[in-house]
Design a protein around this ligand. Structure first.
Ligand code: SAM
Length: 472
C-alpha cells in the first residue's frame, strides 16, 4: 500500500500505486472538467499530487498543454524571478565498484583510464574554477570504498573550501556521491556541504536491479532510502533526480513526485532540487541501446509539469543538454545550470588529453562560463553566483518558508545582483561587463523593500571599491 510516511522504499514508492496512477492518468487524460480543476489548483502555485501531475503529463490537448506551459512560466517567475544559479561539477575520481549499465565508470570497462585526483590536484582544479568565476561546485565520484572512502571525500571538501585565490572562493560544495550510511552523512553535514545529491536513476525496482547488476548500488531499498538517512543525519537540502531514458518517463515522474511527497510528509520539507539528466553517449555506452529515450518536446512538457507540481523545488539542467534545449527549459522552470563543465576527472586546470579518456559522458554545451553568463543576460536572466542561503542557515524548512512567503525577492534578488557584480569585475570580458552593469542598474529597481534596495546599492558600491562577499 502507498504510504508516504513509511520508511520503506517499497511503500513510499509503491509500484502498484504508480501503476494505478498511470492507468488513472490514461483514463482521464481527455476529461476536460478534471483537467480544468487540476489547472485551477496548479494556479494556486502550491503544487500538485503525483496523480494530478500524471494526468497533466498524459494529457495531449493542445490548449490544456499551453495552459500548463503558461503556469510553469508564471510559477517560475513568481517563485524565482529571473535568476539562474550557476555551478560546475568537479569529478574527483572515476574508480567505481558498481556496474551501472548506462555509465562508463562501470567496473568492467577496461578502456577508460582510472584516475583519482590528489589533494594538490584538487587545489589546482579549485583554483582554475575560481579563475573562471565559479563559486559553487558539485563534487562527483564513483563508488569505491578503497579508492574513494568517505575520508577522501571529506578531505577533498576541506581542500576546496580552503583555497582562496585572488578574489575567488568556492563558497558552496554540493556532493553527488553514492548512497551511504547515516554516520557518513553526519560527517558530510559537519563538513558544511550544501546539497546532498543522489540520482535515483530509475524508480522501477525491476529495471533498477537489471541496470545495476552487481555492486553495492544493486540494493534498491538502500539506494532509495538514502535521502531519509541523509535527512535523519541533519542534511536539510537533498537533491533528487532520475536519469531519463532508462525507464518510461511517466512512471519515473509519478514516482519522483511520490518521493518528494514522502520527504515532505516525514521531514516537513521536500527536495531542495530535482535534476533533469537525460542519458548521453559515453565510452562503452550507446544511448540508442536504451528504449525509453525522450524527445525534446516531451522533455519540455515533463519539465513544465514538474515545475507546476513542485513549485518550491529548484530544478537543474546540466551541460548534457545543448544550448537550444537549455534555452527552452529555462523559461519552463529551470533554476540552476552548470557552465563550462568538464566531465573528466580534473580537466579544468589542464584540459584532458584524448588519450586520458576519463570523461563520464559527452557534454552538448561546450561554451565558456563567460559565454554562458553573457547568453543568460542577453535572454533577460540574471546569472547568480549566490551561495548565501545555506551559509546563513537558510536550509531545509527555513529555505522553503522563505520561498513560500515570497521573501526571496528581498534576499535572493539582491544577492544575485551582488554576486553578479563580483563576477563582472573579477572575471568577465568587456562586453559581458557592460551588459551586466546595465542589467544590474535595471534590476535594482525590482527589489521590493526600499531598505534592502538602499543597502544593496551601498554594497554594490563597496564591491566596486574592492570589497567582496556581502549577502542578505
Ligand atoms: N557514483 C554516484 C552514484 O552512484 O550515485 C554518483 C556520481 S555519478 C558521477 C553522477 C550521475 O551521472 C549518475 O547518478 C548518473 O545518473 C549520471 N550518468 C551516468 N552515466 C551517464 C550517461 N551515460 N549519460 C548521462 N548521465 C549519466
Amino acid at each position: 500500500m502507498y504510504d508516504p510516511k513509511s520508511p520503506k522504499a517499497d511503500e513510499f514508492i509503491c509500484h502498484d500505486e504508480v501503476m494505478d496512477t498511470l492507468a488513472y492518468a490514461e483514463d482521464n487524460k481527455d476529461d476536460v472538467a478534471l483537467i480544468d480543476r487540476i489547472l485551477q489548483k496548479a494556479a494556486l502555485e502550491k503544487g500538485l499530487t503525483h496523480r494530478e501531475a500524471s494526468v497533466l503529463l498524459a494529457c495531449e490537448m493542445p490548449d490544456k498543454l499551453e495552459a500548463v506551459y503558461d503556469l510553469a512560466r508564471k510559477i517560475k517567475r513568481n517563485h524565482y524571478g529571473n535568476r539562474i544559479v550557476l555551478f560546475a561539477p568537479l569529478y574527483l575520481s572515476n574508480y567505481c565498484v558498481n556496474s551501472c549499465v548506462y555509465c562508463p565508470y562501470h567496473r568492467r570497462n577496461k578502456h577508460i583510464a582510472r584516475k583519482k585526483l590528489s589533494q594538490d590536484a584538487i587545489a589546482r582544479e579549485a583554483t582554475a574554477l575560481q579563475d573562471m568565476g565559479h563559486k559553487r561546485l558539485a563534487i562527483e565520484a564513483g563508488e569505491d570504498p578503497v579508492n574513494n572512502p568517505i575520508e577522501y571525500i571529506l578531505e577533498s571538501i576541506q581542500t576546496i573550501y580552503g583555497i582562496k585565490h585572488k578574489n575567488g572562493a568556492i563558497r558552496r560544495v554540493n556532493v553527488n556521491i553514492a548512497a551511504t550510511t547515516v554516520e557518513n552523512y553526519v560527517k558530510l553535514r559537519d563538513a558544511d556541504i550544501g546539497t546532498y545529491i543522489l540520482f535515483q536513476e530509475t524508480y522501477h525496482k525491476e529495471s533498477y536491479e537489471r541496470l545495476h547488476p552487481t555492486g553495492p548500488k544493486h540494493d534498491y531499498a538502500y539506494h532509495t532510502e538514502a535521502m531519509d538517512r541523509a535527512m535523519r543525519a541533519g542534511i536539510d537540502d537533498v537533491g533528487l533526480g532520475v536519469l531519463f531514458g532508462l525507464e518510461r518517463y511517466r512512471y519515473e515522474t509519478a514516482a519522483l513526485l511520490m518521493h518528494a511527497e514522502h520527504l515532505e510528509a516525514v521531514f516537513g520539507v521536500g527536495p531542495h532540487t530535482i535534476s533533469m539528466p537525460r542519458i548521453k553517449r559515453a565510452d562503452d555506452i550507446d544511448p540508442g541501446a536504451f528504449d525509453n529515450g525522450i524527445d525534446d518536446d516531451t522533455f519540455a512538457k515533463l519539465c513544465a509539469v514538474i515545475r507546476v507540481a513542485v513549485p518550491y523545488t529548484g530544478m537543474i539542467i546540466s551541460t548534457r543538454e545543448s544550448r537550444a534545449v537549455r534555452e527552452r527549459l529555462l523559461a519552463l522552470g529551470i533554476t540552476q545550470v552548470s557552465g563550462a563543465s568538464r566531465t573528466s576527472v580534473g580537466g579544468y586546470a589542464v584540459p584532458e588529453s584524448p588519450s586520458d579518456n576519463t570523461e563520464q559522458f559527452d557534454v552538448s554545451d561546450n561554451r565558456t562560463l563567460d559565454e554562458v553568463v553573457h547568453w543568460l543576460m542577453a535572454l533577460g536572466y540574471i546569472p547568480s553566483f549566490c551561495t548565501a542561503c545555506y551559509r546563513a542557515g537558510r536550509t531545509g524548512d527555513r529555505f522553503m518558508a522563505m520561498v513560500k512567503s515570497r521573501q526571496i525577492e528581498n534576499c535572493c534578488h539582491p544577492n544575485a545582483l551582488m554576486t553578479l557584480k563580483e563576477y563582472l569585475l573579477d572575471y568577465a570580458d568587456a562586453d559581458t561587463r557592460s551588459l551586466g552593469d546595465l542589467l544590474i542598474t535595471r534590476e535594482l529597481k525590482s527589489i521590493p523593500s526600499p531598505t534592502v534596495r538602499e543597502a544593496c546599492e551601498k554594497h554594490l558600491a563597496a564591491i566596486e571599491d574592492g570589497q567582496r562577499d556581502f549577502r542578505f
